[in-house]
Design a protein around this ligand. Structure first.
Ligand code: ATP
Ligand code: MG
Length: 594
């Protein structure tokens, strides 16, 4: 089974080995509806073909001029009436069933994709464009619905609509099959050619749409940069280009559709049928009624021959979409949830043993070894890009070490991080990231986010107070119910940070990771943030990346990183005494602050 960082137990397993199988495994789930769809269609098409047959019968009765003709005509009329009504019922039942299947397919596929995306690793998500994922999750999933309803529904309907009249023609007189069978053969080849031309265009159309969406999403999420750099015009051009690509594919799609042959072929078939019918009539082989029935049945072929222009392209688009969704879901991720792994309360001892790590290419961290005892605060210092943030991301397996130990090992409570159950590991480690992500929900919901269930307001307020966030929250118009802009855009950096601290306090983790980006702030806020940080790091193992000297001084241990190497570790005083780099970073500031 494919690795997932997270999954939900589900009773139903979908076959993801190919787009067609995948869709079948989805609709097979709803067998009763499938059955009633097929029955409904068979009923309605059978009755549909019976009507020309009965009409022909009526002609024979009228022309025959026998006694009791009126009674027989009345019977035929009522039979047709009953047939039409029954046909409506069959139609409605069939359509309803397919509608249900289509909507459920869309819903199930959406659920499946969403769960799958949640289970993918950070490395996977780093490589994806959000807009493209959104296009697949929204539009491609919607195409699945369209593919079934009206796509497949009409397609199957038209197949019955092809077979039933031909069957009735065969019963009428086998030799009359000549023209319809010739038509079927020509129709088959014309359709094959049509689908062959349509297939690449359908794919290209979906891809072009994904690209357009991804470009738009990027411009919208980066709107601040676009505006401050006055690059609107550039973005407009980019979008226009992408939209143009999409339009071109659309036009190509139209061109292929314009060259759709079956209606023309049917025209030939009808002419041939009339000629053939009249010939047989002239020879006295068939009666007037038969001729009327025959031509009536031939005209029924119009529906399947013109509707397939659009059913096949819907089905094809749906299959292209299914392929794109599967492609996303089937990408391997490297971290599994390890459900059977170690699952105990964490004491909070961290040990790195000779750890080397890179994001694929060159190593970013090299041969790092250190220990943090439970409750200790370890500060990490070093220049920008030296690998501080990267180091902390290895602790909760946001990224994993490659290889089986040859790149070192990371232990928490003497258990290698890979042997922990992923959920147990991550839920006991809180990280306050360098750029803090908040959701566009209320302040209270953002604070309670790490806990996941309903939290009493009192606890949220208490956490906010301890994080020094209560004061500014209550100044908002709606207080704790204020909705934060997406990604926290309506808050200042310092405010965001204190909300994140409140979030961490509420989660009450054994290990805290604090990647502190804010440095120069006014001294009042500085004091508040320090109080908050001291409060949140008390009593738990803390890995702290910070430039604040006061915080660093209080740390039990300081790691000094340079270009991914741990060049020294020790207390503030020790490092001031012996580490050149440390002196360079902090020596002058120490003098100033005296
Ligand atoms: P800063 O003080 O600026 O936050 P840092 O010490 O935290 O710097 P890291 O974020 O750990 O530095 O980055 C270390 C190196 O790893 C950088 O050279 C960076 O380009 C690279 N890097 C960081 N994140 C990724 C990623 N997701 N994929 C590839 N490379 C990355
Ligand atoms: Mg960093």
């Amino acid at each position: 089974m494919r690795k997932q960082e997270f999954h939900l137990e589900s009773a139903y397993h979908y076959d993801q080995s190919s787009p067609v199988r995948w869709i079948f495994s989805h609709i097979w789930h709803y067998k009763p509806f499938l059955l009633s769809f097929v029955c409904g269609l068979m009923l309605s098409n059978g009755l549909n073909a019976a009507i020309p047959r009965l009409t022909g019968e009526a002609f024979n009765v009228v022309l025959g001029g026998e006694a009791g003709a009126n009674g027989r005509l009345l019977t035929i009329a009522f039979t047709i009436l009953a047939g039409v009504m029954l046909r409506a019922i069959g139609d409605a039942g069939g359509q309803f069933s397919m509608e249900v299947i289509a909507k459920r397919l869309e819903r199930d596929a959406r659920d499946e994709l969403y769960l799958n995306l949640l289970g993918k690793s950070q490395t996977f998500h780093n490589q994806q464009r959000v807009g493209d994922i959104m296009a697949r999750a929204n539009n491609d999933v919607r195409e699945l619905n369209n593919m079934m309803m009206p796509g497949a529904a009409l397609l199957i309907d038209s197949m019955f609509g092809l077979v039933m009249p031909i069957l009735f023609i065969g019963f009428l007189k086998p030799v009359l099959l000549l023209s319809p069978l010739l038509f079927v053969v020509a129709y088959y080849f014309a359709l094959r050619r049509y689908m062959g031309q349509l297939n690449p265009v359908s794919h290209a159309m979906r891809e072009a749409f994904g690209d357009m969406n991804a470009g738009l999403a990027e411009a919208v999420t980066g709107i601040e940069v676009v505006k401050t750099a006055a690059q609107e015009w550039q973005e407009v051009k980019k979008f226009a280009y992408n939209a143009g690509q999409y339009r071109d594919q659309f036009i190509k799609n139209g061109e292929v559709q314009a060259r759709y042959l079956p209606p023309l072929l049917l025209g030939f078939a009808l002419a041939l049928a009339l000629l053939h019918g009249l010939l047989l009539f002239a020879q006295g082989q068939i009666g007037t009624g038969d001729l009327v029935a025959y031509m009536g049945l031939m005209f029924l072929l119009r529906f399947p021959s013109f509707i397939s222009i659009f059913t096949f392209s819907l089905v094809q688009l749906g299959l292209a979409s299914a392929e794109r969704i599967l492609e996303l879901m089937q990408q391997e991720t490297e971290i599994g949830e390890n459900a059977e792994g170690y699952n105990q309360p964490m004491r909070g001892e961290i040990r790195f043993e000779n750890v080397t790590f890179g994001y694929g290419g060159t190593p970013i961290l090299q041969a790092i070894s250190f220990t943090a005892s439970p409750g200790e605060t370890v500060a990490i210092v070093g220049q920008t890009g030296s690998g501080k943030s990267t180091l902390t991301k290895l602790v909760n397996r946001t990224y994993d070490l490659s290889g089986e130990g040859e790149n070192g090992r990371i232990f928490i409570d003497n258990i290698e991080v890979r042997d922990w159950q992923l959920d147990a590991l991550r839920s006991q480690i809180s990280a306050i990231e360098q750029d803090i992500v908040l959701f566009s929900r209320s302040v209270a919901d953002n604070i309670a986010f790490g806990v996941g269930k309903d939290v009493e307001r009192d606890l949220i307020v208490q956490a906010a107070q301890e994080a020094q966030a209560h004061d500014f929250i209550t100044q908002f118009k709606d207080g704790y119910d204020t909705i934060v802009g997406e990604r926290g855009t309506t808050l200042s950096g310092g405010q965001r940070q204190r909300l994140a601290i409140a979030r961490a306090l509420l989660t009450n983790p054994s290990i805290l990771i604090l990647d502190d980006a804010t440095s120069a702030i006014d001294s009042a806020t500085e004091d508040k943030i320090q109080t908050a940080i001291n409060r949140v790091s008390a009593g738990r193992t803390t890995l702290m990346i910070t430039h604040r000297l006061s915080q660093i001084r209080r740390a039990d241990k300081i790691l000094v990183l340079r270009q991914g190497k741990l060049i020294d570790q020790g207390s503030h005083q020790e490092l001031l005494g012996r580490c050149e780099l440390y002196q360079r970073i902090f020596g002058s500031r120490v003098k100033h602050s005296r």
